[in-house]
Write a protein that binds this ligand. Structure first.
Ligand SMILES: Cc1cc2nc3c(=O)[nH]c(=O)nc-3n(C[C@H](O)[C@H](O)[C@H](O)COP(=O)(O)OP(=O)(O)OC[C@H]3O[C@@H](n4cnc5c(N)ncnc54)[C@H](O)[C@@H]3O)c2cc1C
Length: 391
């Protein structure tokens, strides 16, 4: 790649991009990261202080090995950064025994031989007194789950990457890019850059940057709202409460995170929220009473009232057609890598995906099993059909 100013350019320094920049810099690459906002910021998908990590992966058992790799990489980041990032609380996957969450969690845990316990609602209430679940429900307890500080971990990745020589530019918007057989050119509102390889980790903006490859249908931004609730105090602290996923047969899937610090409240969200597809540049970030009502639906499962939200905020999921990630080279473009469509469950894997992105950018291949994330999988076949070379 001699002659190019950079080995790689990474568009986006959110969760995934910052991890990729870190990993490439750690490997001695000359990497440029371009972020349109600040690092971190509140306007993408990685905003805020807490993200769940869990091994009981009801979505598909093949996420479990990636979680193991990612967990080890988070621990390495803690050492490099000199700060604790992982908080282990244990996790509960709750719902009807035949539902996707409970049965999928059991399948993933059994397939990978991970410790877990299946609890009745009565046992859940005894061990975690905040809960009052319907008698027909079941819960899978997995002791290794917990939460990560997304905003702080992004700072850690970016700060260490800079220390290893990466150039990371904030407040700079990529307007256009072009790839030829052996190099890529990127144009921003402030300049032009060249590199051997481009990594697109642009979250909700991926559809706009990769429109010619059909990504407006592959990485669809969706408005989300999370709320923090006071509840009855200590019952929601990390010593008495765990991260959870709850599948409600009538309303859909909810998730929650214990109160981190006294007075902050415990966090609750609903996957998909009100199913509102949005333009990331025009999303309505105001919180309405309807938004609050979606979250307080969970009240029926708690022993004491949740109360009204102490605060709430908007965020964006970026959904792929089948809910699985897209991490791949763009077909016909051996020097453009994409990481998108994390469908509301990607953060916990940033550290591992960063490593995979570095592999793909440097070698065009990775030893990790990424078949589930392939752009050529049947669920995305529409995209494969529209992929022309030479954008
Ligand atoms: C409310 C909510 C709760 C969630 N909870 C969990 C959870 O508990 N556990 C979990 O594992 N996951 C969770 N997720 C999902 C997870 O946060 C996302 O999958 C992950 O953060 C996606 O990271 P990303 O890097 O793809 O996107 P982002 O962090 O949004 O990064 C994309 C970046 O690209 C930048 N960018 C875009 N276009 C340009 C451009 N043209 N020029 C320069 N920069 C550009 C953006 O500014 C942004 O910083 C949650 C998501 C939301 C919204």
């Amino acid at each position: 790649m001699g002659g190019h100013v950079f080995d790689q350019i990474v568009i986006g320094a959110g969760g995934m991009g910052s991890a990729a920049i870190y990993e490439l810099a750690r490997r001695g690459q000359r990497v440029l990261g371009l972020e349109r906002f600040t690092i971190p910021h509140e306007l993408g998908s990685s905003a805020g202080a807490t993200r769940i990590f869990r091994f009981a992966y009801f979505e598909h058992p093949s996420y479990v090995p990636l979680m193991r790799v990612s967990f080890a990489r988070w621990q390495a980041l803690e050492r490099d950064f000199g700060e604790r990032l992982l908080t282990v609380t244990g996790g509960l996957d709750i719902g009807l025994p035949g539902g996707r969450v409970v049965s999928g969690a059991k399948t993933a845990l059994t397939a990978h031989g991970l410790a877990h316990e299946v609890l009745t609602p009565r046992e859940v209430a005894r061990r975690f007194p905040a809960w009052r679940l319907p008698s027909q429900f079941e819960a899978v307890y997995q002791p290794e789950a917990g939460f990560l500080p997304a905003d702080r971990a992004i700072v850690a990745h970016a700060m260490l990457a800079r220390r290893w020589g990466a150039e990371v530019r904030e407040g700079e918007v990529v307007r256009a890019w072009r790839a030829t057989a052996d190099r890529v050119e990127v144009e921003t509102d402030r300049g032009r850059y060249e590199a051997g390889v481009l990594v697109v980790a642009a979250g909700a903006w991926t559809g706009k940057l990769l429109r010619q490859f059909g990504f407006q249908d592959l990485a669809v931004p969706q408005r989300q709202v999370v709320g923090w609730f006071r509840g009855d105090g200590r019952a929601f602290g990390p010593e008495a409460f765990t991260v959870f996923i709850l599948e409600c047969p009538e309303a859909g899937n909810f998730y929650g995170i214990p109160e981190r610090a006294a007075g902050e409240g415990f966090k609750v969200g609903k996957f998909g929220h009100r199913l509102e597809t949005v333009d990331p540049d025009a999303i309505d970030r105001r919180i309405t009473p309807e938004d609050g009502a979606v979250l307080t639906w969970l009240d029926r499962y708690f022993a004491a009232p949740m109360g009204t939200p102490m605060r709430a905020k908007t965020c964006m999921f970026v959904n792929s057609p089948d809910g699985h990630f897209i991490v791949d080279l763009i077909p016909g473009q051996g020097n453009v890598v994409v990481a998108a469509g994390f469908s509301g469950h990607g953060y916990k894997f940033c550290s591992g995906i960063g490593e995979i992105l570095a592999d793909l950018a440097m070698h065009g291949a990775t030893p990790y099993d990424t078949r589930l994330f392939s752009l050529s999988r049947p669920a995305l076949s529409k995209a494969a059909a529209v992929a022309p070379a030479g954008a």
